[in-house]
Design a protein around this ligand. Structure first.
Ligand SMILES: Cc1cc2nc3c(=O)[nH]c(=O)nc-3n(C[C@H](O)[C@H](O)[C@H](O)COP(=O)(O)O)c2cc1C
Length: 214
């Protein structure tokens, strides 16, 4: 199969954390979500366990309750960090945008909570990588599929500080782990750009950590 590299590279390099450009007014049909989730579950899972589960939240009261938890779990941190940050810096802009999302989360058309079957009973790097590594690739594929259809999202984890409370609200059984919360909406415009990142040659090593690849 010949991929259109311009298109695939553009998708991979311009799928941003979208917050201020989420369109709160436009409905997101279930069909679009399900189409994107069909693509998401092509992602790999440890031992091919396929334990992904997805909670789609549309109910206004439940969305506002999740937004309130999100703010209670992380809002103070966000406000303080935004106040302390240099507004001209990339980090300052991210925090300002993150604050905006925290305030408006309940107004986003759809909140999607990706879940994985299982709990981290005995946390170590291997078990954590196995459990969360079986849902995070699917989350990102979902976000890529959204982007290719004119929608946007933002990977968030702040509400997980109150994971049990969110589980209670949504009837999620105790053997499930929530991996984050993805606000989903059409985006205002689609002209997102690649982000500034360090050159990979400076963060890639050959054979030993002492040896940069180039
Ligand atoms: C593990 C993880 C947790 C994150 N949690 C939050 C969050 O709780 N709230 C938020 O607004 N953004 C969150 N983000 C989004 C990051 O702030 C964002 O990806 C980063 O600033 C880079 O922006 P970009 O994705 O547009 O390149 C999270 C991202 C990751 C990968």
């Amino acid at each position: 199969m010949d991929f259109d590299l311009d298109q695939t590279d553009a998708l991979l390099s311009t799928t941003r954390a979208v917050r201020k450009r989420l369109d709160f007014e436009r409905d997101v049909p279930n069909e679009v979500l399900l189409e994107c989730l069909e693509l998401a579950v092509q992602a790999p899972t440890g031992s091919n366990r396929q334990g992904w589960r997805w909670m789609v939240v549309r109910d206004a009261d439940k969305k506002e309750a999740l937004a309130e938890m999100y703010r209670r779990a992380g809002g103070d941190y966000l406000k303080q960090a935004a106040a302390d940050a240099d507004t001209g810096s990339q980090t300052g802009r991210v925090l300002d945008s993150a604050n905006f999302l925290a305030e408006k989360l309940g107004e986003v058309p759809v909140l999607v909570i990706p879940m994985i079957v299982g709990r981290l009973e005995d946390p170590n790097v291997n078990s954590a990588a196995g459990l969360l590594g079986s849902i995070i690739p699917a989350m990102w594929s979902f976000q890529l599929a959204l982007r290719s259809r004119g929608l946007g999202s933002c990977y968030t984890t702040l509400h997980l500080g109150l994971e049990a409370e969110a589980a209670e609200l949504l009837g999620i059984p105790p053997h499930m782990t929530q991996a984050g919360l993805l606000p989903v909406a059409y985006t205002k415009g689609t002209d997102f750009k690649p982000a500034k990142r360090p050159p990979v040659s400076e963060i890639t090593y050959l054979d030993t950590y002492k040896n940069p690849i180039v």
